[in-house]
Write a protein that binds this ligand. Sequence first.
Ligand SMILES: *Cc1c(COP(=O)(O)O)cnc(C)c1O
Length: 447
Amino acid sequence: MTEYNADNNRKIAEREQIYRELGIDADIYAYGARTEARLRDRFAEIDRTAEYNQLKVIRAMQKNRVSEGCFAATTGYGYNDLGRDTLEAVYADIFHTEAALVRPQITCGTHALSLALAANLRPQDELLSISGRPYDTLESVIGIRPAKGSLAEYGITYRQTDLLPDGSFDRDAIRQAIGENTKMIAIQRSKGYQTRPTLSVDAIGDIIAFVKSIKPDLIVMVDNCYGEFVETKEPSDFGADMVVGSLIKNPGGGLAPIGGYIAGTRECIENCAYRLTSPGLGKEVGATLGLIQSFYQGLFLAPTVVAGALKTAIFAANIFGDLGYPVVPDQTESRHDIIQAVTMGTPEGVIAFCKGIQAAAPVDSFVTPEPWAMPGYDSDVIMAAGAFVQGSSIELSADAPIRPPYAVYFQGGLTYYHGKLGILKALQMLKTEGILANLEEMTSLNC
Ligand SMILES: *Cc1c(COP(=O)(O)O)cnc(C)c1O
């Protein structure tokens, strides 16, 4: 017993020592340890969701007889690509849909969403977004912001109803907005970079039933980015006709180097395939060039990777929230995506936070992020990422426009331990730069 205790104490001291070597002061470390200890129950709940989702993924892989032969690289047209076709069947089983399209030729999340829209809408059809303003990049896709090749240029019209102030759907407005030409309903699950709450799968399910009761043949498309595997159910379990996302976010598990997916009804997915490749060819072509193993392996890891990202987000909400920084979601709220916003209140605070995240990275830890005038934004933007896959936001990453209220948005973390280091580094950076006035006084509250 005493021997065990001595051994345990030595390990704790060793761990603290390596944090010290990574530049984390004793007070920051201790504050982190106290915060973490309080989160044990929440973390256990996240682990239970991850366990369920892990089994869901394994069951789908077993059912579809995933084998070594599925990992072979295909080239050229890619006819009879066993790995690709099997992976699409696996995705369909996980999302409980009739079909899926999972391709490296889908270059990113915006592309997947653009494809799902363009493939299933025809001139004179109307698209109705019922979760308010869609994600930034979709403004050009839809033509809200005039752009070459937008849906608007093809005579597809757009309407939108906003969420109510409490974040729920505006049923009266939706009922009024659904008209003769309304063909598709778009719902964005994650808040993206807005301050509204993220929608739960239950809330999405309820509203799908509502819109289909008004007009049964509506196609409901859910932008599922950042939401996959956060809960045990997906919007497609509640009648969404398409769920759409990026493989360099949750379902790629950090290993997929490119790609997007659409899972949905046979009809919708067929339309998407004909649009992605060509009428007549559809799903039959599209070589996977040796990437498919990373798609499988990333999907296999995705439930635990998402769990790590969620724990990181909750840890950060508590670390910064308890110090008085406004955090969305807050310390105790339930989680429906992996994004965390922290309002730093000053440009210096934002920059120090991002420097801390960068300094904790496995890749490019030695570079210093600086605000810059990014095309398409009306203020300077700072980004921190030290990722294995460029722009991957399932890896620990942070970005912030340099404008009031000076909020940082961050997400990801392939492992919780990395995420924890990133958050402690961010706090450390605030302390080192003299922005964090009095940690001792502030943190004595939660001792
Ligand atoms: C990331 C994201 C997108 C766009 O994905 P990209 O891969 O960046 O093109 C769309 N919608 C939401 C909600 C997202 O989070």
